[in-house]
Design a protein around this ligand. Sequence first.
Ligand code: TRP
Length: 460
Amino acid sequence: MQQTREVWGSKLGFILAAAGSAIGLGNIWKFPYITGENGGASFVLVYLICIAVIGLPVLIAEILIGRTTQRNPVGAFYKLSHSKFWAAVGGMGVVAGFLILSFYAIIAGWSIGYIVEAINGNFFRWPEPVAAADHFNSLVTDLPWIFGYFAFFMVLTMIIVFSGVQKGIERASKIMMPILFILLIILMIRGLTLDGAAKGLDFLWNPDWSKITAGTVLLALGHAFFTLSLGMGAMLTYGSYMSEKDSIPGAALQIVILDTLIALIAGTAIFTSVFAVGLDPNAGPGLIFHTLPGVFTKMPGGYFFSILFFIALTIAALTSSISLLEVVVAYFVDELNWKRHNAAIILSAIIFSLGVPSVLSFNVLADFKIFGLDFFGLVDFLASNILLPLGGLFIAVFVAWVWGFDKVIPNLRKGAEKFIDHHPIMSGAWKIFLKYLSPVLIFLVFLYSIGILQDIFNLF
Ligand code: TRP
């Protein structure tokens, strides 16, 4: 028997849940460090253009597929196309959900561990970046520490998804998202009021155009994709619980604005602080776990702010991880008729097991490399650089070329009648972006991220 499908309790609930999916480690951990490595303001500008030109159109497309079909990615593509090929594209999204969550939850686990480090005042014992990095290494090689927090984070994710769409995901998002906004605004104000904050602002807001290359543009584009949780059906799945009374373009715009705002607020908080204490913004992936703990030790109230920061990072990660688990759970519930409770428990356990080799790649298996990547790097590469861009490409191609705008537009109009009828230029632009620009640009990102275009660029 088909179980009745759940729906969001309100439009706000959907927007907060979807913004929660979008706002994650990508905004607070990755955006600041790639901005730091790629020239600050000029990178931010390129990124904003990518969000508007590719991110928003593809986000609308994904939510629309979900809302129209009220299915998980596999069922959704199948329902609209009756083709096994397109169902497999949806299946790729489900696989990506398994893979991404298996490593995402490890980093999120560190974030919980760092709340405890902050509370214990451990940052004050290793304030210099080199010593802080050593301390970080001693933690990730401590198996009970790294496994324990990974498992703890998976359990938190599981409990929320287990509790359902309204009672779990929506309620958790409505509680956690406002807390996240407040914490990040407090951290930004702290950063802005430090002596020397101006240097950080200058870095974030004054463009250095010499840093912008074709590679930077593709990096910005790839990040625009990741930060909006596109390309694997997360937004499709969330859209499948959405009412036809609500406007998709309107909701998508709000999600994009919230996501961008949070990235900029997090960037401002981090760069004003890093520059104020005279450290290097160019620290790469270690920026958050190596540099930042020491930054807190050098600012007034740093003990308190360091705790708030890692709480914020954990909340951001949790509202994203539930969307990853929900994709996988929705597939097993819709297609295989599993009970949500069983699906949440069993699939979380499978994802945890899948993460074991990735955890070990930080310690026991550190020297085990395939194609020069450790296991964690390999899973990240496969999911982020191959499955997500391919998924995004297929979504744009599917909506524009397979499903066809004559069927797409009437569905998009539902809940957005006034907007679509009064702004023909907007829907016209959406069609053109989705039909031509998105597939071409996403394909270039794909070639770049698997290294083909990088080699070509290096010739110049
Ligand atoms: N958008 C999240 C972030 O910025 C990560 C994320 C959550 C994600 N769900 C996703 C990325 C689905 C791709 C696909 O951290």
